[in-house]
Write a protein that binds this ligand. Sequence first.
Ligand SMILES: C[S@@+](CC[C@H](N)C(=O)[O-])C[C@H]1O[C@@H](n2cnc3c(N)ncnc32)[C@H](O)[C@@H]1O
Length: 301
Amino acid sequence: MVIRQKTIWENFLSPVVRFFIDEEKLQRYADSIDWKKESDRLWRNDVIIPDYYSSRNFHGIEGGYLNFGAAVSYDPITQYVLPPNETVVRQALIDAVKVKPRRILDLGCGTGSTTLMLKQAFPQAEVIGLDLSPYMLVRAADKARTANLDIIWRHGNAEKTSYQDTCFDLVTASLLFHETPTVVSQTILRESFRLLVAGGQVLILDGNQNTLRSLDWLNNVFEEPYIRDYAAGNLDANMGAAGFEAVQTQDVWWINQVTSGIKPIPVTNTATQKQVRQYTPTSIDNNDLEDLGSPVFGIKA
Ligand SMILES: C[S@@+](CC[C@H](N)C(=O)[O-])C[C@H]1O[C@@H](n2cnc3c(N)ncnc32)[C@H](O)[C@@H]1O
């Protein structure tokens, strides 16, 4: 029988963080929501939950993200594990946006902390947060309502979103890739490439792969089943393999990193010129993609 060793989080950090968390308040919040009704409303029957996701615990939570406890506890804990602070780390992704996005897809959006910041930074853009856990989406929707932000929340798998080609000019993912097996991360990058218009940007915020490799104990902090694979990998190379150009990674306070890639604009041969959906930074018009019959426009989760 394999006996799981307790993580550093369970042994040392959790008791300290618990000291700062108002557990009664969280319980009151949890009790204030009809989780079954709200998650059923978002749950899409055509979404197949992959085995890598449902068969493992994340952060020691039984059932991973497919329960309301994960959604309630995620934010109070996350605020303590992103040095120097959560907003600074998430802001690094916003600051790395090079396009003027009209449509943004935030993959693995969870409780929507980055999604909300994207909508605040780009209020004219249509912003969609997509996640495999309807419970996380319930929490995200609640936060957006409180902040008076109009965001679409969509139950879905980032590997196969069901959106049509070239619907978005910015695709983001924060803190998703360290929680997916390498083969899944590669599929998500290929899906992001498919979804982006030419000239569109993908941005991945996650743990710093160099730091995680050199400080192996960091990988034991939480119960993260795929973090060692993530640390051993090279996101720049994977983005290149998915077809992205101008790939670059910048450190975010040593513990995290933001990786950016651009979907290349095909060189058009004037003799056989075709209309290609393309991001044009000098002529932004929020209706551009509507004219092209964008299937994203107006979609409600
Ligand atoms: C660590 S959380 C990050 C949440 C959020 N992006 C943030 O920055 O706080 C990882 C999220 O990815 C979601 N997730 C994992 N695999 C996914 C997939 N294949 N498709 C969509 N969401 C996925 C989980 O449900 C979870 O909400």
